[in-house]
Design a protein around this ligand. Structure first.
Ligand SMILES: Cc1ncc(COP(=O)(O)O)c(C=O)c1O
Length: 396
């Protein structure tokens, strides 16, 4: 068959991996919008239901459009298998409930996505699964937090929105020594820039909603990792129901085809904007690991092939000045999402991180003057002009 991907490189895998055309011999991946699948005989139904014969039964279990996405993402991350889910959060829940049970313990970096924090701190604690939160970069704190019942180490790198970087090899060593699964949320880099499993992670998590789609259209998530771990997660999705829809899977599959090009362009625009913002007097601090003076620049350069599309900066003057800045911009979208070709601007302290206590905000570096820009793919001069509008509006 044509379209072989054995030993193929990243961009080829992104375009062709996992594709198995139907008898119609379509060239572009089809969308299988069907809830269930048929059988010719009762015997065949029995064989497929029992798993003795390969085949699809019901789209909550498996669906060919979803399977293409899973196989393609697994190939790009370098994992044995992948499981697609309805959202990034259901991917994280599937992971938690397949590796942990009542009485177990998880160690998680403090500055993970807000709903992940809520899941670890509140939802799981109702099942008597306790979580210790530690600073992403404090390896001693990770080590000390590990207990005999720790089953999972979980982090997000780069962190949102300050671009702090986890030392993946060191965390993987700690997880191995403690007998725990090490999971990394790779939403901000995607496999185009970072492959956590190459540094020892057992599982990679995605909110496909972000860069894998790339155009802000649909929700979805995925886990990638060892076959045994994926089998557990797949049976959770099958039984509990947070399956990915075939239409969304098709969007993500087509999104993967341009992922590498888009990520490169996001990195170029973000690097240029960060370098320019750094020179502007009202900007007192800038957080982008692509800048040589970012505290984690060296580690990011080792683990990543690019620094991503998200940057943050602080202005003198607190929330009033930050709001003035945001309100004066005219091009960038004022919305919480990221990973979109459209650039988005947010005030984390009053939006994405608004549920953190004042103390938590302080320890996570979410100040009242902090602004996050998830840099899209518009022309860089237009983005700089929009940022200049914000700067001109500041009171002196
Ligand atoms: C890093 C990260 N992980 C997970 C999620 C959750 O993904 P979803 O919104 O697809 O459930 C998000 C959402 O913003 C995120 O930014």
């Amino acid at each position: 068959m044509r379209g072989k991907t054995e030993n193929a490189r990243f961009s080829t895998l992104a375009i062709r991996a996992g594709f198995d055309p139907s008898h119609h011999r379509e060239h572009s991946e089809a969308i299988y919008t069907t809830s269930s699948f048929t059988f010719d005989t009762a015997e065949q139904a029995a064989e497929v239901f029992s798993g003795d014969e390969a085949g699809n039964v019901y789209s909550r279990y498996t669906n060919p459009s979803v399977r293409v996405f899973e196989e393609r993402l697994a190939a790009l991350e370098g994992g044995e298998d992948a499981v697609a889910t309805a959202s990034g959060m259901s991917a994280i829940l599937a992971l938690c409930l397949s590796v942990m049970r009542t009485g177990d313990h998880v160690v998680c970096s403090r500055d993970v996505f807000g709903s992940s924090l809520g899941l670890f701190a509140n939802t799981l604690s109702r099942l008597d699964i306790q979580c210790s939160f530690v600073s992403l970069r404090d390896l001693d704190a990770w080590e000390q937090a590990i207990q005999p019942n720790t089953r999972l180490l979980f982090c997000e790198t780069p962190s949102n929105p300050l671009s702090e970087i986890a030392n993946l090899s060191a965390l993987s060593d700690l997880a191995k020594a403690g007998g725990a699964v090490f999971a990394v949320d790779n939403c901000f880099c995607t496999p185009a820039l970072q492959k956590p499993m190459a540094f020892g992670a057992d599982v990679v998590i995605h909110s496909a909603t972000k860069y894998l789609d790339g155009q802000g259209r649909v929700l979805g998530g995925a886990l990638v990792g060892r076959k045994d771990l994926m089998e557990e997660a797949r049976s959770f999705v099958r039984v509990c129901g947070p399956s990915m829809s075939p239409f969304n899977a098709w969007i993500f599959t087509k999104g993967l085809e341009t992922l590498e090009l888009r990520m490169r362009a996001h990195c170029e625009n973000a690097q240029a904007l960060a370098t320019w913002l750094q020179e502007q007097t009202p900007v007192t601090n800038i957080f982008y690991s692509g800048l040589a003076d970012h505290s984690d620049h060296a580690l990011a350069s080792k683990q990543q092939s690019g620094f991503g599309g998200v940057l943050a900066f602080e202005l003198a003057g607190g929330q009033e000045q930050a709001f003035r800045y945001i309100n004066a911009t005219e091009l960038m979208s004022l919305t919480a999402n990221l990973g979109d070709v459209k650039t988005t601007i947010t005030h984390p302290a009053t939006t994405t991180h608004c549920r953190l206590s004042a103390e938590q905000k302080q320890s996570s570096g979410i100040s009242s003057s902090l602004i996050r820009i998830a840099v899209g793919l518009e022309h860089i001069d237009d983005l700089m002009e929009d940022c200049s509008r914000g700067l001109r509006a500041l009171s002196t």
